[in-house]
Design a protein around this ligand. Sequence first.
Ligand code: GLN
Length: 485
Amino acid sequence: MELFDFTIHELHEKLITKEVSSVEATRSILARIEAVEPRVGSFITITPEQALADAEAADRRIAAGEADCLTGIPLALKDIFLTEGIRTTCASRILHNFIPPYSATSWEKLRERGAVLLGKLNQDEFAMGSSSESSAFGITRNPWDTTRIPGGSSGGSAAAIAARQATATLGTDTGGSIRQPSSHCGCVGLKPTYGRVSRYGVIAFASSLDQVGPLTRDVTDCAVMLGAVAGYDPKDSTSINAPVPDYRAALTGDVRGLTIGLPSEYFIAGLDPDVQKVMDEAIATYRGLGAEFVEISLPHTDYAVATYYLIATAEASSNLARYDGVRFGHRSEQAEGLIDMMTKSRSEGFGMEVKRRIMLGTYALSSGYYDAYYVKAQKVRTLIMRDFIQAFEGVDAILTPVAPTPAFKIGEMVNDPLQMYLSDIFTIPVNLAGTCALSVPAGFSADGLPIGLQLIGKPFGEETILRAAHAFERATVWHTKKAPL
Ligand code: GLN
């Protein structure tokens, strides 16, 4: 094993016993980034000087006996997280030169614990997409098969884990953007309950859906990262003032008596046979561990994608109005007068998918269509939420696939946005309901592509799904497999 292969908890042991220093671990990962980055493209910005300075500070802290579980651990962030003094682009041309004056709370919390910043990770532009192909800074490739997409929108966050270019990363999930790339790249990814983690300093896509979460090599690391970023933040009025449990303590390995629901709407004919097989085997593994399964119904599932693409685009059209060539980023050089300057700045700065979403959302919010589309979508959202409330009356967790297929080929879906939207069918309902869910490695396709399984929890039920994922991980070998890179 190389230093770049270690999990957070493994590296932490080596750091506090002084077997290795954070500087050594950081150098090892920086060298790994340099070696594989041309083949993967996980990063938009690499910050080696910052990383080594952070690592030196961490080593001093460790020497003083003040190490936290994240002190000296090399991390990377999706480029949607504001980082003071470090360029933050959200993978958009419109922010190509934006240097934030402050940092996201989630990153501040990791920094306070002594984490090391390796850089900023590639993603779909403004987190709109499922393949990381819409970035203005080039595509990211799946380390398991570089002809395929890593998933999205947090594609760089997942690829960096699989390519061992970071010990752990942060991503965001508005409709599946942590879980789907985690599934496609064979890492653990968790979308917390809405309000669990502060969104302050995270570039907004759809504010009622966006949530910050970790992508890691195993479930223990996921628990560590979640514990570090969770909690109330007075700077985010939607963050909830509830105590943060010790997530790691929840990993008891015991799922006996746990009741897991299988939604009939998710196990449909037409599911990829490899995905179906992995789900069947996972269910058998859980039965062997003493969990019980019951069939449940989430009857409004069919409406989830349409509902999401009205609400998410409406919120995006409003959030992205601030990129006007004045307040942030790119300003057109060619313009004559204010309106022309704004129009040209936005036309030049935004990519095709972002423009499509702004137009869809503006249409859904326009007078005359507002009731028919936006208000209707809000009502259906309530019905989808109720589906989950009812289902959770009888189960502790819900098990489903993360995505209907393993990672698809680069270029395969770029000209068919609707098909790409539909592939989010299993992840989107969770965001609409505001609850939590994770993806944990559960097997491989016949072609050797990772396939994750999704565990959905009750609101603030992160401990239960982490416990269930950890028990599964202990009973299987999938998380130990490495991308052949
Ligand atoms: N793929 C979904 C979209 O394109 C979800 C993206 C996300 O979660 N940020 O909107």
